[in-house]
Design a protein around this ligand. Structure first.
Ligand code: SAH
Length: 238
């Protein structure tokens, strides 16, 4: 897609208790250059500004007892309402280990849209009522527990931003990548031609493009079968 038919810039709005964590690593390398060039934009919103009382409290004890603290629904809703106008059509995501696992197809959809609003949880999580009350979609970056949603948000954003036209150098890179065609990627090689007694696969030296493509496809299938048979099943190839 060219910049001219793309009539909006991808914009990320982040609600967090740690706005200093952004853009963080996304301020460097190609994502950072894209940010400086205005190919995408980022705004952060401090949830604590909507905290309660002199101490701006944002969390409280879990109803029903138990360990840890829970982010208050009223505080989070006030932060969301202040940061995101009701007519804003961007998906409102809540980083959460209970969420739908993040996948490349979701990233691709978001990357061509107007952007995303991301709420970063902390403590034991957020009061359940705000999830429904503000239409948040829970997204997980994997089956493990982080201390907060910020790194998960950075991960999600990195995946989106690299797909924005102009951010990555070559448009072609990306098309054959893992997950794009239901397969993990084939192995890569570069110089030197021989290293510690290891040579290069013969097909890659043949100069025969059809043979190279066939070899890559076969390797991608072999690796996917060995490591992620679930992907083959999901694409009806299993
Ligand atoms: N008690 C919760 C975990 C809270 S971790 C539970 O057992 O489900 C604190 C915050 O970190 C969460 O609110 C969420 O925003 C973020 N987080 C932790 N692990 C995550 C993951 N795998 N994916 C996305 N966000 C995560």
């Amino acid at each position: 897609m060219s910049d001219t038919i793309r009539n909006m810039t991808f914009r990320a709005s982040i609600l967090t208790l740690y706005p200093e964590m952004f853009p963080g690593p996304l301020g460097l390398s190609l994502a950072g250059e894209g940010l400086r060039k205005g190919l995408w934009s980022l705004d952060t919103h401090q949830i604590r500004e909507h905290g309660i009382g002199r101490h701006r409290n944002v969390d409280d004890n879990p109803a029903g007892g138990g360990a840890g603290m829970v982010l208050r629904c009223d505080v989070l809703a006030a932060a969301i309402d202040a940061a995101v106008p009701a007519e804003d059509t961007r998906p409102r995501l809540l980083m959460s280990p209970r969420g739908r696992p993040l996948q490349q197809a979701m990233v691709r959809d978001w990357a061509v849209g107007p952007g995303v609003v991301i709420v970063c949880g902390r403590f034991e999580g957020v009061d359940e009522r705000v999830i429904e009350g503000r239409g948040l979609t829970e997204i997980s970056i994997g089956d493990y527990i982080l201390s907060g949603g910020e790194m998960a948000a950075l991960t999600l954003l990195d995946a989106c931003v690299r797909l924005i036209p102009g951010v990555m150098g070559k448009v072609a890179s990306g098309e054959d990548e893992s997950f794009e065609n239901g397969l993990l990627e084939y192995p890569h090689y570069t110089r030197p031609r021989e290293w510690e007694g290891r040579g290069l696969p013969e097909a890659l030296l043949s100069g025969d493009h059809a043979r190279i493509a066939k070899w890559r496809r076969a390797e991608a299938e072999r690796i996917t079968r060995e490591r992620r048979p679930d992907l083959l099943k999901a694409h009806g190839q299993g």
